[in-house]
Design a protein around this ligand. Structure first.
Ligand SMILES: NC(=O)c1ccc[n+]([C@@H]2O[C@H](COP(=O)([O-])OP(=O)(O)OC[C@H]3O[C@@H](n4cnc5c(N)ncnc54)[C@H](O)[C@@H]3O)[C@@H](O)[C@H]2O)c1
Length: 370
């Protein structure tokens, strides 16, 4: 199979769909890897790294879209890229179609087959191609929180870990899922005093076992959460209600009562954010202040550490990319029910129920299409 990997063109996106190692794995299995010139530069991979792995460097995205059987990317195809997709071509990337009617329309019109990273599942009910990015964003959150707490960066001048004789910073993590757990681990590692809130008793039990007292684990009620948020130096928002906008768990009035120079890191901003005063920012201008409280609300945090994120994403996607290339998408989906969950669009039909329901399309089950 000819596997095409174009340069990402969404603003501020430095990741790349395939690392040289991933391209090499595909080549070793008898496939061709067509990588756009300069596609890996943002993540620190040169064209020579790809040619050494056996990939072909192609000058333009147009040539890649015209010749590849499968396109492997990171972000959803942009309008210009969607025009180049064609019938019979397989697209494997993040799509997030439910809130994106224009993209869905264009993918249906192209006749391509689109498998979305974010809806592929695993045995434990998780989302294995989303989890690595949640791990990255979670681990990054205390790091940006600590930086933002510094005086010159707008913070109140608190060192996360304190020093002997001086109390450490207080970090509150709201939501103890993938993002929250990794955020709490990093904050504990920095020496902060950490409290994690969640609403799932089962999850609270797991967190209690995991942290063994190194982080406080509390059930999230309005009163207890407020008490801790008002006393925090940094609050990390990491909640998720699948398929819904993030609940606003900290209100404007509460933020007004927080200490000046304390920090809110709203990782859940890609679902609308869990602080009432949050709006999405970019890596170019990541923070702003409301009531003297610094807000960091970057919607694509993993893009800020593009090299680590690219490796993490490829570790998770590569086994599926190889299955798709070896067997073709129909057989690969027949053999792997979790990969089949990734099928969102085929031949002008919507194959993912939540997307069909959200956008008013008729739903065609994956089984009926393969
Ligand atoms: N900004 C970024 O770059 C970025 C990157 C990755 C993930 N995210 C986002 O981070 C959020 C968290 O993702 P995740 O992978 O950790 O999800 P997850 O499902 O693993 O965890 C979410 C947790 O929130 C808890 N929760 C739900 N409602 C709550 C409430 N009212 N109070 C306290 N806890 C509550 C759930 O019980 C669950 O444990 C999502 O919105 C995700 O899209 C953002």
């Amino acid at each position: 199979m000819k596997i095409g990997c174009p340069t990402e063109i969404k603003p501020q996106e430095f990741r790349v769909g395939m690392t040289p190692n991933a391209a090499g794995e595909a080549v070793a299995r008898g496939h061709q890897a067509l990588v756009q010139k300069g596609a890996g530069l943002g993540a620190g991979f040169s064209d020579e790294d790809y040619t050494a792995a056996g990939a072909h460097i192609i000058d333009t995205a147009e040539e890649i879209f015209a010749t590849a059987d499968m396109i492997v990317k990171v972000k959803e195809p942009q309008a210009g890229e969607r025009k180049m997709l064609r019938e019979g071509q397989l697209l494997f990337t993040y799509l997030h179609l439910a809130p994106d009617p224009e993209q869905t329309h264009d993918l249906l019109a192209s006749g391509c087959t689109a498998i979305a990273y974010e809806t592929v599942t695993d045995d434990r009910g998780g989302l294995p191609l989303l989890a690595p990015m949640s791990e990255v964003a979670g681990r990054l959150a205390p790091q940006v929180g600590a930086w933002t707490l510094q005086k010159a960066n707008g913070g109140r001048g608190v060192l996360m870990g304190g020093v002997p004789g001086v109390a450490p910073g207080k970090v509150v993590v709201i939501g103890g899922g993938v993002v929250g757990t990794h955020a709490a681990r990093m904050a504990v590692g920095l020496g902060a005093e950490v409290t994690i809130f969640d609403r799932s008793i089962q999850r609270l039990r797991e967190l209690d076992d995991l942290f063994e007292g190194r982080a406080k684990v509390l059930y999230s009620t309005v009163d207890v959460l407020e008490e801790h948020v008002l006393d925090a130096d940094a609050v990390i928002g990491a909640v998720l209600i699948p398929g819904a906008a993030a609940p606003k768990l900290v209100t404007d009035a509460q933020i007004k009562k927080m200490r000046r120079g304390s920090v809110l890191v709203d990782v859940a901003i890609d679902q609308g954010g869990c602080f009432e005063t949050s709006y999405a920012t970019t890596h170019a201008k990541p923070t702003y202040r409301v009531h003297g409280v610094v807000h960091y609300c970057v919607a694509n945090m993993p893009g800020g550490v593009a090299r680590t994120s690219t490796f993490a994403l490829n570790n998770a996607t590569l086994p599926f990319t190889v299955q798709l290339a070896n067997k073709g998408w129909k057989q690969a989906c027949k053999d792997d029910a979790h990969l089949k969950e990734g099928l969102n669009v085929h031949d002008g039909k919507v194959a993912y129920k939540a997307v069909a329901d959200a956008l008013g399309y008729k739903y065609a089950s994956a089984d009926s299409l393969i």
